[in-house]
Design a protein around this ligand. Structure first.
Ligand code: HEC
Length: 309
């Protein structure tokens, strides 16, 4: 009798119809499906982890778009000016101004300052017509024009002429002002200019080089160095001299040794090995380099020095 009961109970576990009548037991069965689904999702996730996670695409390097272009210019000491002298135009100064204007400005602003030079024909806005007193960007006061020459109006195609010596820039402006009617140059304007631009002090102007050219130069230098290092690696590999052997036996990265040796710029044995001793591994050496005697170190150093990378 008891046995029969047990059998009946077992049968009812498989009776799906009665399962439907008892939702709690249905839930008992469903966990198997949930388990299978979770495992399947897990497998899918691991297999396609790159597509699923948000790190799938490589980070983009944003191009630097707001680079200010720097002209190629030799630096030097810009002499201080005597404001009393440069603020009073005399025929000589106007002659100098005319000469500089013709050399530097007439191509755009025209021989007569009408803004009709051939080089400016396609510019928008057109080069300033110096006869016309309206709608100047910086303004037509003397100090405004000085600012224009100092900083340029780069977005509108007017370059900066800060490399022209201050006194010469004054001469150019005085000359330009002969083309039309201009507000008088006042003392307070002059002293403001002096405050802003330190006109009465000598100023040191550094050499400048355009950004692109600088990057190119650095890259070329780097490339040359890499080329030199790789050719040195070949010679060292084939070299059986004591220096080469010591170097090979005591370095984990010959490239790194050559590179750091080169960068250290050291041609003094003792100071170079002081550096190396402080961080042999960083210099590409094995720890064993610290066990070399002085003579062996010197041999190695001389060998590196003669490689002349
Ligand atoms: C490549 C052509 C070009 C050359 C060369 C050039 N300029 Fe200009 N210049 C311009 C253009 C374009 C403008 C108009 C800019 C604006 O309206 O904002 C301008 C505007 C000016 C202005 C008026 C700025 C204002 O406030 O509106 C002055 C002053 C000026 N130039 C002086 C000079 C002098 C002096 C030289 C020579 C040392 C010179 N420029 C050389 C193109 C040139």
């Amino acid at each position: 009798m008891e046995n029969e009961n047990k059998n009946k109970k077992f049968e009812s576990e498989l009776d799906f119809k009665s399962l439907l009548k008892d939702p709690l037991r249905l839930f008992g069965w469903s966990y198997i499906y949930i388990f299978v689904i979770i495992v399947a999702l897990g497998v899918y996730y691991v297999k396609s982890i790159n597509a699923v996670t948000s790190n799938a695409t490589n980070p983009r390097i944003t191009p630097i778009s707001s680079k200010t272009e720097v002209p190629m210019a030799k630096g030097g000491l810009l002499p201080a000016v005597n404001l009393n002298v440069v603020s009073q135009p005399n025929p000589e100064m106007l002659e100098k101004g005319k000469e500089l204007y013709t050399q530097n400005c007439a191509s755009c602003h025209g021989d007569n300052g009408l803004g009709n030079g051939v080089a400016g024909a396609t510019l928008n806005p057109a080069p300033r017509n110096f006869v016309n007193p309206v709608k100047w960007t910086n303004g037509n006061k003397f100090s405004d024009m000085y600012k224009t020459l100092q900083e340029g109006i780069l977005t509108n195609g007017m370059a900066a002429y800060e490399y022209i010596p201050v006194a010469d820039r004054f001469a150019i402006i005085h000359y330009v002002r002969t083309f039309g009617e201009y507000p008088e140059l006042t003392d307070s304007e002059l002293s403001d200019l002096d405050l802003i631009y330190n006109l009465t002090q000598e100023t040191l102007k550094p050499n400048t080089i355009p950004v692109d050219l600088a990057i190119e130069k650095l890259t070329t230098e780097e490339m040359n160095e890499i080329q030199n290092i790789s050719s040195a690696l070949n010679t060292i590999a084939a070299d059986q001299s004591l220096g080469a052997q010591l170097l090979k036996a005591n370095s984990w990265s010959l490239t790194k040794v050559l590179y750091t040796f080169n960068k250290s710029g050291s041609n003094d044995f003792a100071s170079y090995f002081n550096l190396v001793q402080a961080g042999a591994i960083d210099f590409g050496y094995r720890g064993s380099v610290l066990l070399l005697n002085e003579e062996e170190m010197k041999t190695m150093f001389d060998y590196l020095l003669n490689k002349n990378i």
